[in-house]
Each structure stands twice: as C-alpha cells, then as structure tokens.
Design a binder for this molecule. Sequence first.
Ligand SMILES: Nc1ncnc2c1ncn2[C@@H]1O[C@H](COP(=O)(O)OP(=O)(O)OP(=O)(O)O)[C@@H](O)[C@H]1O
Ligand SMILES: [Mg+2]
Length: 216
Amino acid sequence: MLLRMRDVSKNLGPERILQGISCALDRGQSLAIVAPSGVGKSTLLSIAGLLLVPSAGDVVIDDRETACQDDNERSHLRATKIGFLFQHTQLIGSLRAIENVIVPARFAPTATQKLSKIEIAERAKKSLTALGLEDRLYHYPHQLSVGQKRRVATARALFLCPALIIADEPTNDLDDANAHTVVEALFRRVRSGDAGLLFATHEKRLAKQADTILYL
Ligand SMILES: Nc1ncnc2c1ncn2[C@@H]1O[C@H](COP(=O)(O)OP(=O)(O)OP(=O)(O)O)[C@@H](O)[C@H]1O
Ligand SMILES: [Mg+2]
C-alpha cells in the first residue's frame, strides 16, 4: 500500500485537532480531504507527508511503517517517495523559479544521478513551460503573482515523479484555465498508475474528481 493511515490523532497544544482518522491510498488512486477551514486538513496532509508526527496511530508509506523511524529515515522516505504542494507554496525566496523546482533533487540525489545538470535544468524548464511559466523561469518568488507561485510549487512537487503526490488546496488563487492545468498535471501520473494523489480542497467540483472523498 502506498499510503495507509491507521487511527491517526493529533494534539496541538491543549487541543485535539484530529481524532481516529484512517484512510488508504494506492498507486493509480486519488483521495480528497474535504472539511471547513480550521478543522485539520493541512495537519492531516502534513502527517501523511511525514512532516508532522501523529500523537497516536500510525502512517505507512509504500509498505514501510514510519512509527519507529528516526528523522533521517523519515526524511529519506519523504525525499524519495513524496512530492508536497504546500497550501502557502513555501518557495525559497533566495532561489529563482527554476531553481526552486529543482530543489527536491538535492534531497534525493540518486533520483537524478543519471541526468546532467543541463538535463535537470531542461526538465525543470519543460515542467514550468507546461504550466504556462516559460517567461518566468528566472524570476524570484517575490516577483511572481500568488497563482504563479502556486504553479512553480506544483512543478517542484512533481519534479522527481514522486509515487505519492500530496497537494494542499492546489487550485487556490488560480483562474479556471490555470486550475485546470494544475489539476491535469497532478492527475496525469495517477491515471498512468504511477502515483497516488492525496489532496485537500474546499471545491466540490475538484473533490468529485477523486476516487474517494474523506470528510473531516
Ligand atoms: N502549531 C499549532 N499549534 C496549535 N494549534 C495549531 C497549530 N497549527 C494548527 N493549529 C490549529 O489546528 C487546527 C487545524 O489547522 P489546519 O491548518 O490543519 O486546518 P485546515 O483544515 O487546513 O484549515 P484551512 O482550510 O483554513 O487551511 C486549527 O484550528 C489551527 O488553529
Ligand atoms: Mg489548510
């Protein structure tokens, strides 16, 4: 199984944010998380993406139990298996768009070891171009609109062709045409059976595209 969460709960401060959440996702499948603002969608995605440790319950990524893993093991699993599109994009301000897209390769060097630097740059250019950003390759995040930043972050999340794609409100701040482009990019590798997609959204139309919807 690509992702399995069993009875996951999370306390943040004195509050219990998530309680007893279970779900499963395999390659070729998509799962939408739908809930009102503040209920815990981003928290749940962070736990699935091994960025947060649950207070109880466990998370399995590609058949590996993560509960007993140390930070290095979790980081390795995250870098090699997971592409994360953050709700607030989290681009690195000191890097140009194309350099931001390539960042995942730094953390998973074996994934691109057969590619030259030029080939890596070409791959990043191609993905940014596919997202309509061919004239923004060398802009810094502060020179980009919010929707452009989201598209750069999408290219970064997909750069290493991760088995598990996690996207937190991927269509926020995008017009219909760009939302469609981003959603297509996220679903393409799900349809080919190479990846599973876990995403959070407020948009009913987008949620309905998923095989399964989990309401929190
Ligand atoms: N570090 C933290 N310490 C304490 N509480 C937190 C922390 N981070 C988040 N929370 C609380 O956890 C709850 C869930 O937050 P989360 O960001 O997961 O919600 P969400 O469903 O993604 O909301 P939105 O749709 O607005 O993005 C919120 O009530 C928030 O205030
Ligand atoms: Mg959120």
